[in-house]
Design a protein around this ligand. Structure first.
Ligand code: SF4
Ligand code: SF4
Length: 415
């Protein structure tokens, strides 16, 4: 088996040396501080990138106890700091290595992580909860709890998460497409359960361009465990993805979830892995879209901006919808607060960041919001419900597919 995740050593001494070496790249200039959402929130050096790098280094050299981990736990892993750092500090690797040294947290975080990274369990749990009428009891139950309660955040998540069944594959269509170019579609774990409309939309756009999308089985890429200090579990997830891709003999994979991209690239060193928007922007010149006379606000997730680097590609694609009045939310603050499981682990901090984003969005008076990350979308939707201002929050792929020109769809049907 390929040695994936070789960049995150799992032995404690190796980890400590690696953390110190990574931290030594930082010249403590402080240029990253104005870009850090948690520094903006707390105005405290410990909650800044520079403070966290110093803390990680001190923990690695045993100068400070591992129990002083809170600022590292608070980090959103948004990577705004890494993008602006003039000396190229590898902050993402340093954070993952530091959290691996600290080890995963227990309690609700542990159970939640296990549930979210196992799509079959997640799907079954959500189905059971909604069969038992979660829409009637989850939201009222959440409101009985304090705003800082993790259980309140978890119940709100349950209330707003409806599992979407995987679309049935039409075998006749597949056989017609046997001569088309095969391209893999990685649907992940949470996204596999909650993002069916985005994945169906991507398949529709790909077929329009003459590709035959092949879905991988629902499987976590390992990102959530890697970001939460469970490095060994993350490696196991990544190895399963590697095996699936080898079994399906795929050499090109797309993902509609930018947060999965860096873990997939690590897991699949011999495979071309791309963000869906990057691919569609480059290969999709034949796509034609119908006009849409609407004002829509766009939230660009941190992972799309700093990991996938597909924000410009997305803007170019949406600009091809005639008459669309697209309003991008201001970059500040750079994170909505969702940040993986952060919005459940630290609901008040996450709500503070979200409030600023939603105020920006509502001031634009849009008819709906767009965001390409399932966690951001869920977090923003919960915030809109909490504020009594519900509105659709959709994946941009769903909008692009809905606006496809039907005439070019007819052309595709004849393939
Ligand atoms: S991480 Fe980079 S930008 Fe921030 S203080 Fe260190 S060297 Fe400066
Ligand atoms: S990843 Fe984001 S929250 Fe964490 S230190 Fe960097 S800028 Fe701040």
């Amino acid at each position: 088996m390929t040695n994936i995740h070789a960049s995150i050593p799992t032995m404690s001494d190796e980890l400590r040396h690696r953390i110190v070496a990574l931290a030594d790249q930082c010249v403590k200039c402080g240029l990253c501080l104005p870009y850090c959402p948690t520094y903006a929130l707390d105005r405290n050096e410990a909650e800044s990138p520079r403070g966290r790098i110093a803390l990680a280094s001190a923990m690695a050299t045993r100068t400070i106890s591992l129990t002083e981990r809170i600022p590292l736990d608070h980090c959103l892993a948004c990577l705004a700091c890494e993008s602006v750092c003039p000396t190229g500090v590898h902050y993402a690797e340093l954070l993952d290595a530091s959290r691996a040294l600290l080890g995963p947290r227990g309690g609700l975080n542990r159970y939640l992580r296990a549930l979210l990274t196992h799509p079959y369990w997640l799907r079954a749990t959500l189905h059971m909860a909604h069969t038992l009428g979660a829409r009637y009891w989850a939201r009222p139950g959440a409101r009985l709890l304090g705003s800082g309660s993790r259980w309140r955040a978890a119940l709100m998540m349950l209330s707003e998460s409806r599992p979407q069944a995987r679309s049935k594959i039409d075998r006749r269509v597949v056989s017609r497409q046997a001569t088309l170019k095969r391209i893999g579609l990685f649907t992940g774990c949470v996204a596999d359960v909650l993002e069916e409309s985005a994945h169906t939309a991507l398949e529709q756009l790909l077929r329009q361009l003459g590709y035959h999308p092949v879905r991988l089985p629902a499987q976590c890429c390992g990102a959530m465990d890697a970001h939460n200090g469970a490095a060994k579990t993350a490696i196991q997830h990544a190895q399963r993805v590697h095996q699936q891709v080898a079994t399906l003999a795929l050499n090109h994979i797309l993902t509609a979830t930018p947060g999965c991209l860096s873990e997939l690239c690590r897991a699949l060193p011999e495979t071309r892995v791309e963000d869906a928007f990057t691919f569609l922007d480059r290969e999709g010149s034949a796509l034609r879209f119908r006009p849409l006379h609407k004002r829509i606000a766009l939230h660009i997730p941190c992972t799309q901006r700093h990991v996938a680097h597909s924000d410009a590609a997305l803007l170019r694609l949406l600009a091809r919808i005639p008459e669309l009045d697209l309003q991008s939310l201001p970059a500040e603050p750079r994170c909505c607060g969702a940040a993986g499981s952060h919005f459940i682990d630290y609901p008040q901090r996450a709500a503070s960041l979200r409030r600023i984003k939603l105020d920006q969005a509502l001031a634009l008076q849009p008819s709906q919001l767009l965001s390409g990350n399932v966690g951001c979308r869920l977090h923003l939707r919960i915030g809109l419900v909490e504020q009594g201002r519900p509105m659709p929050v959709e994946h941009p792929l769903s909008l692009l597919a809905r606006q496809l020109d039907p005439q070019s769809t007819e052309l595709q049907e004849t393939l």
